[in-house]
Write a protein that binds this ligand. Structure first.
Ligand code: HEC
Length: 475
């Protein structure tokens, strides 16, 4: 009798605990997850850059009404980590703009969908993303430069690169700390690159134009409309690392010779250009900015003519920085991809001429780009993978910002290896039946490993005045 009672008491306690446990579990499950309160903050910060009206993604995720029909697909894509797109193999390099969702965000989105994707109270919605309101993500710019005229793209227009020249009117050398390019019309602007053209380079350009020569054409390149392309019968060199001529290095944002210096770029999902603290890019006095805008009618998706007027905001450094940031690239312009090739390898190399720090990488290929790897062989023979993008997608022209700058000593060899899929298996392939060479249009190819480097600013490296002759005395 006694023991029965005791057993009953124990049972009651145990049952009570189970009951309590299930109440806790229940309340956790039942904590209502709503769009307005829990999910919108994730979508606004992690998805809105592409999932907004008239952008590259198929739907906007900014409002409940727009997002709700996609709930099932959203759960699937965040669980499989296909969205947001993040391409590098996580074994190599740590990046500050790594946009992979933390598990807690994935859990929140999953719970939201499982609970029937409810809206909640619209009053809980966070403020709309700044980039959407036309505001500047870099903060208030010190200088704004805009292309001088509206450009119109009509339905059915072919891909086009248009160069717009905008004088800076800078009377002295100017140091740019942050830059933001705002496409005037995301329906037709595929990407934009802002190049610095020095007064000397501009004079050369004008002289060539006056003489009726087209600038940029050479024995291997020709200009087709405004598009630069490698001639079909130009020498072929797929392995730019073992022979001369194929690898080309390109510098930007630097010295007086800086024709073609790259100042800033815009592409969907790329983000703005904010340089690491204490560094800046130089724009020499009197320079002109060349906006190279790639207009695309996006394969027939355009219904009526669209106008664009792209602009760029710059935040300037208050004084010349100790370090200067230069956009460099290793590229191969002499490859030839055979028709139908499933995995055609192309390499490019560069030997680093001085000690420097690498702060970003940005692989660039077109629709046949399959993968790209950056490696370093250090002077002591050690070989290291720096970045490995195993499934490159033309849709994400992402710039990868290193969490910590990588020190690269003089004499290090940087190797960039790319593969191209020109077969029918590549669903983005414009024409598997064609041999493909370098060219601006997306139906040609490119092979560029862009990277930003930081070097000491020569303007700050002047020797201090010898002892006994202080700077103040000599004034
Ligand atoms: C860098 C741009 C970008 C970002 C950031 C991004 N997406 Fe996408 N998303 C796209 C594009 C482009 C597509 C269409 C892909 C295709 O057609 O292959 C897409 C497709 C999708 C689809 C599939 C739609 C369908 O057709 O079924 C879902 C779902 C999705 N995204 C959800 C998200 C969510 C959720 C986030 C944020 C957590 C996100 N995406 C972040 C660009 C982006």
């Amino acid at each position: 009798m006694k023991s029965k009672k005791a057993a009953f008491a124990v049972l009651t306690v145990v049952l009570g605990m189970i009951g309590l446990g299930s109440v806790i579990a229940d309340s956790r499950m039942k904590r209502e997850v709503t769009f307005s309160k829990d999910v919108a903050p994730i979508f606004f910060s992690k998805c809105a850059d592409c999932h907004r009206p008239n952008d590259i993604a198929p739907m906007s995720l900014l409002s409940y009404k727009d997002a709700r029909p996609w709930a099932r697909s959203i759960k699937e894509k965040v669980l499989s980590r296909e969205m947001p797109p993040w391409s590098p193999d996580p074994r190599y390099g740590e990046f500050s703009n790594d946009c992979r969702l933390p598990q807690s965000d994935i859990d929140t989105i999953t719970a939201w969908v499982d609970q029937g994707a409810k809206e909640g109270n619209p009053k809980d919605l966070p403020a709309a993303p700044q980039s959407l309101t036309g505001g500047w993500q870099i903060g208030k710019p010190d200088v704004t430069l805009q292309i001088p005229e509206e450009w119109t793209v009509k339905p059915g227009d072919p891909d086009n690169y248009i160069n717009f020249f905008v004088p800076t009117n800078f009377t002295e050398d100017t140091w740019v700390q942050a830059a933001e390019i705002q496409p005037g019309n995301r329906k037709v602007v595929h990407h934009v690159i802002a190049f610095v053209v020095t007064p000397q380079a501009m004079a050369k350009r004008k002289e060539a134009e006056a003489q009726g020569r087209r600038t940029g054409a050479s024995s291997v390149m020709y200009i087709d409309g405004t598009l630069r392309r490698t001639k079909m019968d130009a020498p072929v060199n797929d392995d730019g690392c073992n022979t001369d001529g194929a690898s080309r290095t390109r510098r930007g944002g630097g010295g007086e010779e800086a024709e073609g210096a790259l100042l800033a770029g815009y592409a969907p999902g790329k983000g703005i250009d904010v340089l690491p603290a204490g560094t800046a890019k130089k724009v020499p006095a009197g320079s002109t900015i060349m906006f190279q805008v790639h207009y695309s009618a996006f394969a027939g998706s355009l219904e009526k003519p669209e106008k664009d007027r792209t602009r760029m905001g710059l935040v300037l450094a208050k004084e010349p920085p100790d370090k200067m940031l230069i956009t460099s690239a290793v590229a191969n312009t002499l490859f030839k991809i055979p028709a139908g090739a499933g995995s055609h390898e192309v390499t490019a190399c560069m030997t680093v001429p001085i000690d420097l720090e690498v702060v970003t990488y940005m692989p660039h290929m077109h629709l046949r780009g399959k993968d790209m790897k950056y490696e370093a062989i250090y002077p002591d023979g050690r070989r290291e993978t720096l970045l490995w993008v195993p499934k490159f997608s033309f849709s994400w022209q992402t710039m990868y910002y290193l969490k910590k700058p990588l020190s690269v000593p003089k004499g290090t060899k940087i190797i960039v290896t790319a593969h191209f899929d020109n077969s029918t298996k590549n669903k983005y392939n414009p024409d598997p039946g064609k041999e493909v060479r370098w060219g601006d249009p997306t139906y040609d190819e490119m092979m560029i490993g862009w990277f930003d480097i930081v070097v000491p600013n020569p303007a700050k490296m002047l020797k201090p005045a010898p002892a006994g002759k202080a700077a103040s005395e000599s004034k």
